[in-house]
Design a protein around this ligand. Structure first.
Ligand code: ZN
Length: 115
């Protein structure tokens, strides 16, 4: 037996399920049982967006929107650098890529813009 929520209108405890709806027999109020929370996105379905809100996908080409220092070196990825064939990954830096003259590195999606 699952505990059903009380009626949001009259707070009656005698609510019952009718399909996906909950029904209150006392005031005849009907409401959706799953209205209380959106279904969380499945793991691995994380949407990664660029600096302006475009959804990024594997293989996309992006440009860098600000100078980015390459960790552990004196190299800088200049603003406007085109990055082809990005690969999305998990983590703080969510883009895996290879940049001409620099090599494989990771970028933050907030510092790129989809071309
Ligand atoms: Zn009610």
């Amino acid at each position: 037996m699952s505990t059903l929520p009380a009626c949001p209108k009259c707070h009656s405890e005698y609510t019952y399920e009718d399909g996906t709806q909950l029904v209150c027999p006392e005031c005849a109020h009907e409401w959706s049982a799953d209205a209380s929370g959106e279904t969380p996105a499945a793991e691995g379905d994380k949407v990664i967006k660029d600096s302006v809100g475009n959804v990024l996908q594997d293989g996309d080409t992006v440009t860098v929107i600000k100078d980015l220092k390459v960790k552990g070196s004196s190299l800088v990825v200049k603003v406007g650098t085109k990055v082809k064939g990005i690969r999305l990954c998990d983590g703080d830096h969510d883009i895996d890529c290879k940049i001409d003259g620099i090599g494989a590195m990771k970028l933050k999606s907030e510092f790129v813009r989809k071309v």
